[in-house]
Design a protein around this ligand. Structure first.
Ligand code: 6R9
Length: 648
């Protein structure tokens, strides 16, 4: 019903628009006419030790190669800190709110410099060198930001790992990345639950055994609880780091030197580490965050994403700091200890820009308007979302109730691989359409391809692709360039394929229709169904399994799993047991919504599992199963429907 609403920029008369619409149009034309010239101009946003003269070099065909600004020299920590020391040394760079602590930590650019330098010295002392990988597994505390920037300062590659991963998942990623050092915490609180970071890390390092190259583990003590420390390997973060010198000369890096790797899910069971290059990424982070968020003096941006996701990298750390803004982090939950917790923090810290996931919007919406109306929220001027589709209704609720119709809502579409916003409106300049991620930022050439992989013009629906490289594009998959070429460039020749489907309307606005591969999106977290199936295959009691995504009112999607159990095993599996098995192997975020023990799965005559049917059955759409005649044994469908019904 609300799909056709358009909200004009005139609604936000007081909004400090970045530029007049004509200027945005001119920018778009320039970017199309002379992409290298355009991006070299954007490159001036960040500090270079040697300014680049070259834009893009490489190709999207054959053995794909991508490089940007390759003659430039840069250090990302200088772009985020030193660049601002002349005029913003005393401005707050980072507000870190910790649940249960009376005072939030407020860190100025000068303090950030000092902390990053001390840790840089400490890491070098521990033998970490340029190009080494450092795993960071921390809750949302200031040390997480300091750790990322210290790696950048010494030229090490950070690999931030989500605290919700299991020991198994962390071990796998530590081995794959070849990390030489780890920065973690003793524990953290998630609501009233303790997440034992150090214990999970110890288990992970034990599992990784001789395959791990980790020589040192720095542990931030986040509580008074005792933490077992392994002498010679483990160091108390502050005891160790705080005695190092508060200055460190940044290592000057080639623009193409990797800045970080980040694991994400794809169609196969093995998580992949996407590699991002320093120069292009920094320009891209500064550019995209300025076009959409446009930090002004006094602004406080609170992006609620965990630093372990790309949103946390670009919208919490690198983007806001490159633009000299104030960024806020918090380990709080939206509705703990009571609904409205995040809204209180907005009032307390005078947050001007809130950037969150549609899941959080839906959760706030479920708490009711009264919770929102009981707060002031006058500081807000911009509301953002990313990570998953937001329905027009949830968009309008966010806009009308949280933003009081005063604040534009920016729905931004991007990915770990794109590193920053690709589709998104320039607020106050472009009309907004609730439910649409708007239009590409200047410099991005989006393409909709048909089922044959042919680009189509005008209003169309199909696979969402990007025709030309952009500076923040992932360069490769760590240790698997062939997978990189095949996954992203094998589908539409000469184009980057995003994995998403989209519709483009007559105004050129994009409406994301969802993933076209076997990746599901639970509360904005990507999970490959093959990861779940691989984890289950490791248990000898399981013959086969199929994991599918089902709609969920708050999380967007949830996981449902069908499992065929081996006959005559000593200890039979239960549905609860399978659920525990999955969260144990992959992490809590992957806990299934539903598990069904079944004797068989629907298959084609050639034995392929028909996932389309499983998705419908698990979603309760039994009256709309379509033609079953191609199945090997159609009677299985009736039985599966009964299983699912009995659970509903
Ligand atoms: C930033 C981030 C990427 C996948 C992406 C798409 C989905 C992201 C979206 C969206 C609809 C939006 N996605 N933003 N879907 N509307 N505004 O989330 O990166 O974790 O790599 O996930 O998320 O399916 O392909 P990542």
């Amino acid at each position: 019903m609300s799909e056709n609403i358009t909200i004009l920029p005139t609604q936000y008369a007081d909004y400090p628009a970045l530029m007049p619409p004509a200027e945005l149009a001119a920018m778009q034309r320039y970017a199309r006419r002379d992409p290298d010239g355009f991006w070299l101009q954007q490159a001036r946003r960040v500090h270079w030790h040697r300014k680049p003269r070259r834009g893009f070099t490489g190709s999207f065909t054959g053995d794909v190669s991508i490089s940007w600004f390759e003659d430039g020299l840069i250090n990302a920590s200088v772009c985020c800190i030193d660049k601002h020391l002349t005029d913003k040394a005393d401005q707050i760079a980072l507000i870190s709110h910790r649940e249960g602590r009376a005072e939030a930590e407020k860190i100025t650019y000068a303090m950030l410099h000092e902390r990053v330098c001390r840790l840089s010295n400490a890491l070098v002392h521990l033998g970490v060198e340029e190009g080494h990988r450092v795993a960071i597994c921390l809750p949302m505390i200031s040390e997480a930001v300091v750790a990322m920037l210290a790696c950048a300062r010494i030229g090490a590659v950070h690999v931030v790992l989500f605290g919700g991963f299991s020991a198994e998942g962390i071990a796998e990623r530590i081995i794959d990345s070849g990390a030489v050092a780890v920065i973690t915490a003793s524990e953290s609180m998630r609501g009233n639950k303790i997440v034992p970071f150090k214990a999970i890390m110890d288990e992970a390092l034990c599992k990784a055994g001789a395959e791990s190259g980790v020589r040192a583990v720095l542990v931030v003590r986040t509580s008074d609880a005792p933490v077992p420390m392994l002498p010679g390997r483990d160091y108390d973060f502050h005891d160790f780091v705080d005695s190092f010198e508060a200055d460190f000369v940044p290592v000057v890096m080639r623009a193409e030197a990797p800045l970080f790797m980040l694991y994400t899910s794809g169609s196969t069971g093995k998580p992949k580490a996407v590699v991002h290059a320093t120069g292009g990424y920094m320009v891209w982070a500064a550019y995209t965050m300025d076009m959409v968020y446009h930090h002004q003096p006094g602004d406080v941006l609170w992006c609620t994403a965990d630093v372990a996701w790309i949103t946390g990298h670009t919208s919490v750390v690198y983007g806001p700091l490159a633009n000299g803004g104030t960024t806020m982090i918090s380990d709080s939950l939206p509705s703990y200890p009571a609904p409205g917790r995040w809204l209180d923090l907005i009032d307390e810290h005078k947050v001007t820009m809130l950037f969150t996931a549609p899941t959080a919007v839906r959760a706030m919406m479920a708490d009711g308007d009264d919770v929102v109306n009981a707060r002031n929220l006058e500081s807000l001027r911009l509301l953002g979302v990313a990570g998953e589709p937001i329905s027009p209704d949830a968009w309008l609720w966010y806009h009308d109730v949280v933003g009081k119709k005063r604040c534009p809502v920016v729905d931004t579409w991007w990915q770990t691989e794109t590193a920053g916003i690709v589709l998104g409106p320039v607020p106050g300049v472009q009309p907004l359409k609730p439910g649409s991620a708007s239009t590409p930022l200047p410099g991005l050439e989006m393409v909709i391809a048909d089922t044959q992989g042919r680009p189509v013009q005008g209003p169309a629906e199909g696979s969402l692709c990007i025709a030309r490289s952009w500076p923040g594009q992932a360069r490769t998959i760590w240790k698997d360039h062939a997978r990189f070429c095949q996954t992203y460039f094998g589908m539409v020749p000469g184009h980057y394929f995003t994995g998403d489907g989209a519709r483009r309307d007559a105004d050129g606005y994009y409406w994301i229709t969802g993933r076209m591969d076997d990746v599901i999106n639970i509360a904005g977290h990507r999970l490959g169904t093959a990861e779940v199936e691989d984890a289950l295959a490791a248990d000898h009691r399981i013959v086969e399994s199929a994991a599918v995504g089902i709609p969920h009112p708050v999380k967007g999607q949830a996981l449902a799993v069908f499992v065929i159990q081996r006959q005559n095993v000593a200890t039979e599996l239960t549905e609860k047991g399978i659920s525990r098995l999955i969260s144990g192997m992959l992490g809590r975020y992957a806990t299934p919504e539903a598990v069904y023990l079944v004797p068989d799965l629907p298959r084609t005559r050639s034995g392929k599992i028909v996932r389309r049917l499983l998705r419908k059955i698990a979603s309760g759409e039994m009256d709309n199963l379509g033609d079953l005649s191609s199945l090997n044994d159609p009677s299985i469908v009736r039985m599966l429907c009964d299983r699912v019904w009995s659970h509903m």
